[in-house]
Structure formats: structure tokens, C-alpha cells
Design a protein around this ligand. Structure first.
Ligand SMILES: Nc1ncnc2c1ncn2[C@@H]1O[C@H](COP(=O)(O)OP(=O)(O)OP(=O)(O)O)[C@@H](O)[C@H]1O
Ligand SMILES: [Mg+2]
Length: 293
């Protein structure tokens, strides 16, 4: 049984996609079989890892992306997996173990135009069940909301982590997310199957894009205070914590996207002794060690 993990925050731009792509790559580098779902119609993770040219082909085909799994005449999740997605410029796979189910801009239609008897998350869960045992980690990159695409990740996850910046808006985003997620769990309860385990709770907060010299003690303390409140109310996991690993702000995180590579394959960063690459490997290791009961 893989660990199924969503990264989500109601606040946009906090680093959900950067964190999940780079952490997924670090997990794969450690020998894990990792499947990343891009559940955000912006398609940032897909365009990053497939590079624009390859993703454009997918976008214009109208097949092989997450949206197409909701039409039974088209694809299932199994058909949409791109194995060992990261390639060098010659098309050779260079990161074995990191697979993706990509999205295209079509996914936005699941919010309005998808009409079916069963909710999308139930269809998604059934298809995921067919392939999940092939993986150690299944990761869901969610948009900053709890609409239908994000619901697929939340419904199927066992754990939720919140990327956060050290500011008041991230704290508000976290608070809102917990509330919306609990309401969604209530609404979707009748669709849960016995083998799925309990609905996912927030198990951790990961601070991202911390500028050198900036003291994050106060925002961290405020976040810890809110986390403790929620723990008492049993609204988050009993062992939920703020990760001691943080990801610093570094220009190379943006450059990695332009290069179409996760950070662990950007040569220059990898060779530096103390770089943001180390931050992501630390986050990946802390995630491996943090196994909520
Ligand atoms: N540690 C970091 N250092 C520098 N830049 C970063 C860092 N993390 C993220 N960024 C940059 O910040 C921007 C937003 O990051 P990202 O796309 O990962 O956020 P997001 O939460 O997924 O956004 P959205 O809500 O739109 O999905 C991107 O340009 C990304 O390259
Ligand atoms: Mg994103």
C-alpha cells in the first residue's frame, strides 16, 4: 500500500508545485517508485516535467490527461501514466522511478461541464485502485481550492501537508483549508470504501521560500498555536507538526522550471555543499520518517 499524500493550501503561490515536484524527485532518487498527479488545470507541474513542446502535443490531442479519465469512452488513469517522465534534451529518461499523470487546461471543465451521476472523486478513486500498488508514494499537486479536481486528491490521500510562507495569509489559507476539507469529508463519506482507511487529515506544515536573514520565529509560533488548537479539536492529525526542515528562497528554484528539470538534476546546485537541493532532500527525508499513526 503506497503512502498517498496531497500538498494543498487555500493560498495560491506558496510553493505547492515546487515543493511536490522537487520532493517527488528526491524520493525517486532514493529508490522509491513515485507517481505524481497534476490536479491543477494551470498544468504547472506537467509543463515543468514534460517541457512545453511535449506537453503541447498532449494538450492538442485532448487525450491522455486527467480530464479524459472522466469520460469512460476515453482513458483510465492507467492509460495516462507517463513513466520516468524526466528526460534530457535527446529524449532519454534520466530519473527512473518518477512517473506523472499530467493535466492540460481541459481539466477546468471538470468544475462546470462534467455531468455524471457519480462525483469525479469516486470515479478517480476506483481507477487509482487499479494501479496504486505499483508505487511507494502517490503525490497529488492540488490547486489552491477544494473544488472537484482537488477533491480527487483529498478523497484518495491518507495524509495532507500544507506548504506555507511565513506570513499571515498562509495561516488564513491553512485555517480555511482545514474547515473546507472537513466539510468535504462529511459530504463524501458515503462514497468511501472499507479498504480506503480514514479520511486524510493535515499531518504537517512545511515552510517554503524563506529569505536569508529573515527570522521566521513569530510566524512559526502563530502557526504552531493554530495547529495546537486544531489538534485539541481533533481537526488535524494527532501527530501533525511543523517540519523542522525548511526550504529557503533561491533563484535556482525558478530556473529549474525553465530548464524542465527537478532541482536534483540541476548540476550546479547539486554540486554545491549547502544549497536549496539539500533543503528538498531534508524535506523528503523528514516526510519518509514522519509516518502518522
Ligand atoms: N523556495 C523557493 N525559492 C524561490 N522561488 C520559489 C520557491 N518556491 C517557489 N518559488 C517560486 O514561486 C512561484 C510560485 O511557486 P509554485 O508555483 O510552486 O506555487 P503554488 O503554490 O504551486 O502556486 P499555485 O497556487 O498557483 O498552484 C514560482 O514562480 C516558483 O518558481
Ligand atoms: Mg501549483
Amino acid at each position: 500500500m503506497p503512502r498517498k499524500i496531497s500538498l494543498i493550501n487555500y493560498k495560491g503561490g506558496v510553493g505547492k508545485t515546487s515543493l511536490i515536484v522537487n520532493t517527488a524527485a528526491c524520493l525517486a532518487e532514493k529508490g522509491n517508485r513515485v507517481l505524481l498527479f497534476d490536479l491543477d488545470t494551470q498544468s504547472n507541474a506537467s509543463i515543468w516535467l514534460m517541457r512545453l513542446e511535449r506537453w503541447n502535443v498532449l494538450q492538442s490531442s485532448g487525450r491522455g490527461d486527467i480530464f479524459s479519465i472522466f469520460d469512460p469512452a476515453e482513458d483510465t488513469i492507467k492509460d495516462c501514466i507517463i513513466k520516468d517522465v524526466v528526460q534530457d534534451k535527446s529524449g532519454k529518461s534520466i530519473l527512473p522511478g518518477l512517473d506523472i499523470v499530467p493535466t492540460t487546461f481541459n481539466l477546468v471543465d471538470v468544475e462546470n461541464e462534467y455531468k455524471a451521476q457519480r462525483p469525479p472523486y469516486a470515479v478517480f478513486q476506483e481507477q487509482l485502485e487499479e494501479i496504486e500498488d505499483n508505487y511507494d508514494y502517490i503525490l497529488f499537486d492540488c490547486p489552491p481550492n477544494v473544488l472537484r479536481a482537488a477533491q480527487c486528491g483529498i478523497f484518495c490521500s491518507n495524509e495532507v501537508y500544507i506548504p506555507s510562507n511565513p506570513d499571515a495569509l498562509s495561516l488564513i489559507g491553512f485555517t480555511l483549508l482545514v474547515d473546507k476539507m472537513l466539510k468535504f469529508h462529511q459530504r463524501s463519506a458515503s462514497f468511501r470504501k472499507p479498504g480506503m482507511g480514514k479520511p486524510a487529515q493535515v499531518q504537517g506544515i512545511i515552510f517554503n521560500a524563506i529569505k536569508t536573514g529573515v527570522d521566521i520565529d513569530v510566524p512559526k509560533m502563530r502557526m504552531q498555536f493554530r495547529l495546537n488548537q486544531f489538534k485539541k479539536q481533533k481537526r488535524v492529525g494527532a501527530s501533525a507538526k511543523i517540519f523542522s526542515s525548511i526550504v529557503r528562497d533561491a533563484i535556482v528554484v525558478r530556473r529549474a522550471v525553465t530548464l524542465g528539470l527537478p532541482i536534483n538534476l540541476v548540476g550546479q546546485v547539486r554540486e554545491e555543499e549547502d544549497s536549496v537541493y539539500k533543503d528538498y532532500t531534508d524535506v523528503a527525508q523528514e516526510l519518509i520518517n514522519h509516518k502518522p499513526s
